[in-house]
Design a protein around this ligand. Sequence first.
Ligand code: DGT
Ligand code: MG
Ligand code: MG
Ligand code: MG
Ligand code: MG
Length: 303
Amino acid sequence: MAKSRFEYVRNYELPDPLMPGTFIVVRIDGRGFHKFSDTHAFEKPNDKRALDLMDKAAKTVLDEYKDVIMAFGESDEYSFLLKRNTKLYNRRRSKISSSIVSLFTSAYVFHWLSYFPNNPLRYPPSFDSRVIVYPGEKEVRDYFAWRQADTHINNLYNTAFWALVKDGQSTTQANKTLQGTDSKDKNEILFSKYGINYNNLPEQYRKGSICVRRPTIVIDDQQQQQQIEESTTAGVSNISIDDPAVGSVEDDSASQTRINGVIRKEKKVKKVKPYEGIDGEIVVLHEDIIKDGFWKERPWLLQ
Ligand code: DGT
Ligand code: MG
Ligand code: MG
Ligand code: MG
Ligand code: MG
């Protein structure tokens, strides 16, 4: 095909690949959400509708991009972890970054009215996006620990701050009251002045939101045998063996044999390795990701 004389400008498009074998994190953050949350009358310090909408937009990203294996969100930000060996867009930085933030933003707008039915958008929100690559598991875990620690620090501060303001202090006064206080002091102010036990506040506010896929259960030989026996017993009690329909049941996932007049129904159970098994339903959790438990339960995240 003939090339136009303008074609040379393509050479100015430089490749921007991310190093192979590294963990890719994309963090998006609402642009000017201080103003956006005011304009749209978000409840202070936390608006559950706004946080749920962020979670919904993040789920949309996980739905669309199977290589995004986990996400963590708080306030107006969300971080997406891609699987270590992802080949998504040949690991091109700007393609990955722009596609994720674009889908997130359109999902946020698309679902807005479901979360704010009486509060139409006053102007189009936008999010920025950056990509960070991490060399190993330690840095990935520390990254998410950093974001979750940030969630806690900000939430404790904001909860105390807005309690003081709702109690009549000006924002300047409230800031001053909290100056130099540590977390024990803030807990104490909340408890003694307002009867608020910080630890009883919703986990979504204190710990942020984690999106992960539920693993498909791995069934070992013994469990598989047990399943066959259970379905055999169930088959005997539920189905009349003289029912002509029974013999003609054709089902890809189950096969039936007649042994001594007893229907033996064998369910074919697909065996999966954990890594292959993460295509399950996407769930949103509000739990600790700083300690080992979360990661030990999901070793495929750091593989
Ligand atoms: P940026 O990110 O540099 O464009 O500027 P902002 O204004 O987005 O600042 P950022 O991202 O550091 O802080 C997030 C803002 O969003 C912060 O002012 C509080 C607000 N925000 C986020 N979630 C909520 C919420 O649930 N309720 C309320 N009232 N405000 C929220
Ligand atoms: Mg920012
Ligand atoms: Mg922001
Ligand atoms: Mg932010
Ligand atoms: Mg195109």
